[in-house]
Each structure stands twice: as C-alpha cells, then as structure tokens.
Design a protein around this ligand. Structure first.
Ligand code: GLN
Length: 491
C-alpha cells in the first residue's frame, strides 16, 4: 500500500477500500522499519492514530472534508503546530511549544489531513545536507551512507523511503528542491507570496516559501491547492494566491499542447567541472525529450549566474541575523542561568546555536554593519533586482526554463560538512529561483550508476503554477523513477 501516491490513497479512502487508520498504521510501521534513517524529530503515534480515527469517523458519516482527509502529511519541524514541539532542530528550541498554529497547519487540519511526524532539518533551515541538525543525521534512503540533501532532508527522506506519502518543506534557497532531487521525489517551491509563512520560523523572510514534497506531480498540486491562499497575517502574502488558485487535479499536456512550447535550457556551467556525468546525461535526456515533443528549445545564458551565490549569502545571512535576534534567552527557548543580563544573552546564544547558525549570524551582522552596508547589503539588493528582471526578460519569450536541480547526486555524509563554501556551491542551481520569486519544481530524471536519483528542475513565470504542474506531469510520465529497490528495503 505504501508505494501508492496520495491521490490514489485519497480515492481508496473515498471508496472505503481501506481506512485512514489502516493507511496511517502502514506508514508508521514503515517509518519504524526505517528508523535508522533518522527522519523524524517526533513521531507521536497515539496523537497521529487519533487523528486518523477521527478522519475515519467523518468518512463513515459521509462528511469527508477534502481529498486529503485521512491522508498523512509529515511536517518540517520549523512549522508551528500547537500540538507538537517546534524545534527547528536547534538546541535553542529543543523544548519549545508554539502557542499558535501556522496557517498551513490550520488549513491542513481543517482539510482533515492527518498531521504526521515532525521531520528533521538543518538547524533553522540553514544547510544543504541536514547535517547541521543539532539532534540527528538523516540518511538517504537510496544509500544510507549519503545525505538526503537539505535543509528539508527529513521530509525528503520520509517521502523517499515511503515512510510518509506527503510532506511539507520550506525553501529559502533550494531546501525543498535539492533534497527532493537527492531522494528521488517531487519537490515544489511556489511563487513567493502564494503560501502564507505565518507560523513558519523565519530564516530569510524575503525568500522563504513553504511547499509540497511528494511522490508525484499530481500529489504536489493537490497538497499545494490546500495550503495556498491569501493570508492577512503574512504581509507578503499575495492577492494572486486567491485569484489564481492551483487546480487540485493536474491535466498533463497532451502531445498537441507540448508542440511549440518554448523551453529555455539553462545549463551554462554544465560544460565545466563540478557536474556529475549522470547530471549531464539527464540534461541530454531532457533536451532530447523536449525536441521529440516538438518543443521550441533554446539555450539561454544568465549573465548573473556567477553572482547568485554571493547575492544569496549576503541577503540570506543579513535577514537571518535580524530574524534570529529574537532568540535572546528571554522570550523563547533556552535560557542560560546567569547573574546579569549581558551574560544571559551571550551565554544563551553561545550554548543554544550550532556552528553554522553562528557563522551566518556573524556574516549577516557584518554585511549590515554601518560602513559595510552599502558595499554589501545594498549592492546585493540591487543585484537581486537584476536577477528578477532577468527572469521577467527570459519569460517574455519562454514558457519554461529547465536545468538540473543540483550539480551532483547525493554526496557522502561528512564529505562537505567541514567545508562551508563547497556546501554553498551545491545551491548553485536553485537559489536564483528564490531571488527571482518564481515557482520551480524538481522531479526525478533517472539514476546514476550508483543507483542514486538525479533531479531536473523546471521553472515557470510568477503564479504559473498550473502550467508548471501540467508540463511537469507530461515529463514525469516518460521518466518514472523505479522505486522497486526501496519498497522492500528496510534500514
Ligand atoms: N542550502 C541553502 C542554505 O543553506 C538553502 C537553505 C534553505 O532553502 N532553507 O541557506
């Protein structure tokens, strides 16, 4: 049962072929069989089964609340749920309980979804491998010696190992798409402003978005359709989120629709070093496929390509240093017992934050300091506008842009942990999407010779989620990932 998609579960629940309790139990058993993958910070079986039971009661009475009523959804542990701890995988918030629910949690609860385990992440979502978690190292279901990607590594491994049918992640610079590509699943970052971030613990507010992680494109659209929408509690929430709602059912483009679609290929660095052979092969496969469908394929080049990592790491760290100043030992989480206020601040932060978080706070404070503000932060803001303008320019002539999600497949645990610059490089393909605010989706495109999945990223214009899903669904139908090795494997 666990290798079926959420959409299939939804239909079976509707028809009474199995109950939400049977379904949820099957996933919990699977999660327990895969416990050495260390995907969850919390998996409260009795609360979860209770939610499934309530769902079954509704379904029995014919009061099903939504297509996801009764379907488990794992939640990244930086999204506030009153009924659970919200730890952000940080010692600072180890025992923190939010007094309120995130908007996405409210929405899922009122849709009857079974709020499932809380998934591990890089501390405060800062990282690309989930190794920066203060609690545990999540492992890749395709090879437990490798990372699942990050920062939504727990969510990606949970869906990829078939321990949950769906999950929420958050994406500031690639944290949904890159782990999705490493774990062989679909990960989608919506247009900035499409999904409310109320109740998402802020990392870099001008970039953060919550999005769906799933086994199929169709499931991705279904989950997005239930969490999106204008929210007055998030000032960056966009009216278009309501005006152009995502269709919950995806109609893949037919051969006729695909003919003449204008697709830009952005593989500029792909010719140079640092890209795995398997990733280059996926690019060729993608290109051949597009041409076979009669799409109009053009190679495009970004003039700003080499600047996106510095732009991102200036803006994201600046915003993080400001957002994380609220963790002062007084209001939230950890408090060091000290006799004076200054020591309390310093010791609480010294003890509570891990090394990567400290590095970012230092970097961010530096780029915001007077004297450096213009040289770094202001310049980065201007350059960011140029990235956005470049997307607008590209999309004057194009329907979609395709590129690999990551230069490599999943790397070994420990391989990049000591080298932050190498780690930051792995975001090369994903962060410009956040800088531009456009929607993008990563979907599986074959495997390398070690049996590790490769991911391809498709980007669409602002608020064109529907066409993105339709296009991705057509690609997906010809590149289904073989998961037979995963279903029978335990960890
Ligand atoms: N890997 C990027 C970083 O470390 C992106 C993280 C994210 O999207 N949350 O900042």
């Amino acid at each position: 049962m666990i290798d079926r998609t959420a959409t299939q579960h939804s239909q079976s629940l509707e028809k009474g072929e199995y109950t939400s309790q049977e379904l949820t139990r099957a996933y919990l058993d699977r999660a327990n069989a895969c416990s050495s993958l260390e995907m969850f910070n919390a998996l409260d079986e009795s609360r979860i089964m209770d939610a499934a039971k309530k769902s079954d009661e509704r379904i029995k009475k014919g009061n099903r609340l939504s297509p996801l009523d009764g379907v488990p959804v794992a939640i990244k542990d930086n999204i506030c749920d009153r009924e659970e701890k919200t730890t952000c995988s940080s010692n600072f918030l180890k025992d923190y309980r939010s007094p309120y629910d995130a908007t996405v949690i409210e929405k899922l609860r009122s849709a009857g979804a079974v709020l499932y385990g809380r998934t591990n992440l890089d501390e405060f979502a800062m990282g690309s491998s989930t190794e920066n978690s203060a609690f545990r190292t999540t492992r890749n279901p395709f090879d437990p010696a490798r990372v699942p990607g990050g920062s939504s590594g727990g969510s990606a491994a949970a869906v990829g190992s078939l321990s949950a049918p769906l999950a929420l992640g958050s994406d500031t610079g690639g944290s949904i798409r890159q782990p999705a590509s490493f774990c062989g699943i679909v990960g989608m970052k919506p247009t900035y402003g499409k999904v409310s971030r109320y109740g998402l613990v802020a990392f870099a507010s001008s970039l953060d978005q919550i999005g769906p992680m799933s086994l199929s494109v169709e499931d991705s659209a279904l989950l997005l359709s239930l969490i999106e929408g204008k929210d007055t509690r998030d000032s960056t929430s966009h009216p278009y989120a309501d005006k152009y709602p995502t269709a919950a059912t995806v109609k893949p483009y037919s051969g006729k629709d695909l003919k003449g679609k204008k697709v830009g290929i952005l593989f500029p660095e792909a010719k140079s070093e640092g890209f795995d052979e398997s990733v280059l092969k996926a690019c060729t496969d993608m290109r051949n496929w597009l041409e076979k469908q009669g799409c109009v394929v053009t190679e495009i080049e970004s003039k700003l390509w080499k600047y996106v990592i510095p732009i991102y790491y200036i803006l994201a760290t600046a915003e993080a240093s400001s957002n994380l100043s609220r963790f002062d030992g007084i209001r939230y989480g950890r408090r060091s017992q000290q006799s004076n206020l200054q020591d309390l601040y310093v010791r609480s932060r010294t003890e509570g934050f891990g090394p990567e978080v400290k590095r970012r706070i230092l970097l961010g404070t530096f780029v915001l300091s007077s004297g450096y503000f213009d040289a770094y932060y202001n310049s980065a803001q201007k350059a960011r506008r140029m990235v956005r303008a470049e997307y607008l320019q590209f999309f004057k002539d194009l329907d979609f842009i395709v590129q690999p999600t990551s230069p490599t497949t999943a790397f070994k645990i420990g391989e990049k942990a000591e080298n932050p610059i190498a780690m930051y490089q792995s975001d090369l393909m994903t962060i410009s999407v956040n800088l531009g605010g456009v929607p993008a989706l990563s979907l599986p495109m074959g495997m390398d010779s070690d049996g590790l999945p490769v991911g391809m990223q498709i980007t669409a214009p602002h608020f064109e989620e529907d066409s993105l899903f339709r296009f991705a669904a057509s690609v997906e139908s010809d590149f289904k990932l073989d998961r037979s090795g995963i279903v029978t494997k335990t960890y």
